[in-house]
Structures are given as C-alpha cells and as structure tokens.
Design a protein around this ligand. Sequence first.
Ligand code: M6R
Length: 610
Amino acid sequence: MVIFMCGIVGYIGDRDCTNVLIDALEKLEYRGYDSAGIAVMGNGAINVAKCKGRLANLVEKMENEGRPSGNMGIGHTRWATHGEPSDINSHPHGNRRVTVVHNGIIENYRQIKEFLINEGYSFVSETDTETVAKLLDYHYSGNPVDTIIKVLSEIKGSYALGVIFRDFPNTIYAVRKDSPLIVGKGEHENFIASDVPAIMKYTRNYYLLEQNEIAVIKKESVTFYNTHKEKISKEIHVADWDVDAAEKGGYEHFMLKEIHEQPTAIKTTIMPRIQNSMPDFSAEGFDNKRLSSYKKIFIVACGTAMHAGLVGKYVIEKLARVPVIVDIASEFRYREPLIGEGDLMIVISQSGETADTKAALELAKNNNADTMAIVNVKGSSIARDADMVIYTHAGPEISVASTKAYMVQISVMYLIAFELALGNDTITKEQCAAYTKQLEEIPDIIEQSIALENKCQFVASKLLNAESLLYIGRGLDYALSMEGSLKLKEISYIHSESYAAGELKHGTISLITEGMPVIAVVTQDDLEEKTISNIKEVKSRGAMVILVCGKDVQVEDEVADYVIRLPKADKLLMPMVAAVPLQLIAYYAAVLKGNDVDKPRNLAKSVTVE
Ligand code: M6R
C-alpha cells in the first residue's frame, strides 16, 4: 500500500505557471520530498514533468529536457511511507484528458483499479492516485463538476485533489476530505495549496475548503459547490503572517531562524491572553470557572507537541492540583481510555492536521468529554473540530524539527495552569499575577539563552562521534530532556534516550562506557542535589557529562566536562529557558554532520496519515 502525505499546489493567471508552481512547491517541500512534479496546460495539451527526489531534481531535469509552459497548472511534492519513491510513482497522474495531484489515501483503490482494468484501463504506477485519475476519466461526461461528484461517491479515504481537464484549459478543479486544502484568491489569478505559506508571496486572501466542497477556479473567479451541485458561498480569510516568516531571512536554515524567533512568538502568543497581569481567555470563550469544573484533564498529542503536554502536566498538577494524564495520540486512540463526561481533553498540534491527534480528539468527543485544541495553523481540522481553541501565534513553522511551536505550546500550558489554579483556589490572585508577570519576562530571558549559541555549537562538536547518548533530568527537567533527545535524534541521526535520572540505577546505567556523552539538565533547586548525585554516578563510570543548569547550581569541578549556565528565571518556567540550548545543540550537531537540517531523512512536517 502506498501512503502519501504530500503537498499540492495549483495556479491560474498571467504569470509563468511553471515558475509559480515550483516556487510554491518549495514552500511545501517540508510536507515530503520523495518526488516532485507538475502538469501545465499549454497549447491545448496537458504537459507533465516529474521525477523522483527533491524539487531541485525536477528543476534540473526541466533545465536539461525542457519545461512545460502555460498559464495554468498543478504541482505536487510527495512523501511516501510504503513503496519505492520513483519517477513513475511521482505525481501528477492521469492521461491526456484528465490529470490529478493528490494528498491522502484512497482506501478502496484496489477495488477501483480492478474494476477499471476490467473496463480496459491500464495502469503504470503503484499509486492509489492513478486510480482516481482514471476513474475521473471513466466517468467523464463533458461536465467536470458532475464527473467529480460521481467520483466522490465512489472513492473512500482521505484526499485533497487538484484536477485539470484537457477540455477545460481555463479551469482548475479542487476538492478535499480529511486532507487540508486552501484556495488562494488573487488579483486576476488564483491558487490552490495544501498550506498558506505556499502562496503567501502572491496573496494573503484564501478560502478554506470544507469536507467534499468542490472549487471551480478560473483566472477571474472562484465558485464553490457541494456534492448536490448547489452553489455555496464561503468566507474569505486573510493570512496575518509576515511574508518574511515563510522565508529564511538570512539564516542558513529555517530551524535556526525559528529558534531565534522564539521570543517574538511567545510574546505574540501570550500578550493577547493577559489582561492586568492576569491570564484571560475570554476571547476564547472560557474562564477559570469552566476550567475548574473538570475532574480530570487529558493532554494528548504526538512528538514534540506531546512533550509540551508533559510540561503542562507538571505545571497544572503542581499549581492547580488536578490530575492530568498525558498520552501519545497513537496510543490513546486504541487503548479504550477512561475518558468521559466531566473530563477535559486538551490536544496540542502545530499543524492541526496530525491524523492520530485528530482521531484522539474525535474519540474524546464521542465519549462526551469537553475538548480544547492548542493549535498553530488557523482553520486546520483539529482547530475546527474542538469545542474550544487556543491559537498559538508562532507564525509558519517550516523546519520539520519543531522549536518555536513547542515554545508557544508551553507558554499556553502555563497560562492555562495559572488560570486553572486561580479557579481552584490553589493559588491566590497575587500569586497568579506574579507567575503571569514572570511569564511575560520570559521572552527577554530566552534572548539570553539564544546568546549561548557559540557554547552550544562547541558542545555539539563533542557529540559527533558518539554512537549513542543519554539525556537525564528529574521532574520538569525530565520532561524537557525528552524533547532534547527527540530533537537530537531527529536531525543529527545520533541515537539518544532520555531518562529520569533516578531511574538510571534500575538498568540503563549499564550502558555507560568510557566517553559516552550524558546531557544532564538541572534547573529545579529542590531536585538539584539528587540529580547531581546521579550525574556523579555516571561520571564515575566514564561518561562525558554536559551539564545544562541554572545559574546558581553548585557544581564541583569533577562533576561535568562542559557546563552551560542558563540565565535566571522562576524555576517553574525554566523549561522554556533550558529548551533553547538543547535545540541549539541538536541543530549544530546536525549542521556539523552535514545533514539536511530542515528536511531530515524519512520525515515530513505534518503527519496526516496514521
Ligand atoms: O503538527 P503537530 O504538532 O501535531 O506534529 C506533531 C509531531 O509530528 C511533531 O511535533 C514532530 O514530533 C516534530 N517533527 C518534532 O520536531
């Protein structure tokens, strides 16, 4: 089974379509980079160029073999989890009459393929997408909207489709279900894209396609239909992101740029939710009374977003004294969780499209729990499905490795914890105001953390020959270590594990050999002595210790080989301060190893399939 999680684009207007498609696909390459392709309408024919590998390969191929030209076309960048990425499996797919780009999975493609083969069709690729293209051709009645409606009634699964018909050289057709798709509205030009940054250079105005809505896109107009072929009117959205936010702006990589953007991202996220030094979620439609009505809180997410949830658990339980269960979405959805009425489910997602997180949210809703989504991408599926939404304002995060999204997710976790603790009377108004004020100061403190960049680069250079390493910490430092370890693995390809420092003696310490790096995080003064003892235990067994610690932590010379001293902040907020050096160490380890930092192997930014 070939599974796609890809980026699609489309353009119609007066510009050179190939240039626009390539430019837009570049912005979507974070969604997958196993192959790229475009189909452009020119001289009454659909001309396709596609090949395996990065978009750069396609550009090179077109330079050598010629490029399609015209004023209308569709494009695709692919991420495959099964099946070899190959020229033949690259999108677009179709025949001379109809051509398609697709993001998603057609679950019943085998049956459709069999049927079409019996009807005399032949197939060249292993993809499910080719079956959609050929099914469109099979049902083609001379009316594209009728044809698409007929096909929608027969396909099962998830899809965002961009379709062009040879007989309609001035129209792009688009439809989506369970995979994201927007329609960009320009002046004498229009677009489709999987994500807003792809078209932000050309227009900020866009429509969000809802389930099975069909868009008919011409140079001067966009019309929407439902599956009963009734015209529907849709609200236009305006992207409020900075255009530069989707460009590297002088940084070598998006990841480094995004690390540097963290102070601003936090400010932009928290300031609208603070009034008179108190958290205020009235714009989101809830208050501390509603929050304190919940008996139990579940926080469910994937990867880095789940790690932000772990910080949330520590802080909420500590301040508000409410039990919080944190779970990985792919586990939660299949373990028959004990969630129900009176519980609150918080899902966290940068993209708002992560399939497992989305499914976990559905499950909570079906069990009558209230749901809250903390999401970065406006109008994304998860944001639309949840009862309450808190948008983080990190701007577009392009690097596959999440940094600023994590930071803003944590900042929201803090605000929720303060608000909830106030509602539960577990902190006073004065304490709440004091915590909130300290959170407001965090962006400036993070600037000081970013200034540790050179030191982090130096420390990263000591990790390059390691086969494996450990991250250790206790409490909040443990939650943070998990994120540090993921970041390093993800982009440097150096294996690491994070461990609760006190748990080492129960097995893992046997891994320590001479020179093995151990990154220890010590920011919580009540746990400091304990963790330092654990560090001594690994040090005496030969570990090379890198200590990331608070300013005042007492460290004897022989305890650590390298020490990164963090700027001072309230200890509860230290994960935000300490996250930066861990991100920078991972970043520089990947750079020094010569890896593709923003597009690590085997990964994609939004995981829209299970
Ligand atoms: O878009 P989401 O926040 O739902 O994505 C969740 C994870 O896939 C994501 O955080 C992933 O772990 C990052 N690549 C880690 O840097």
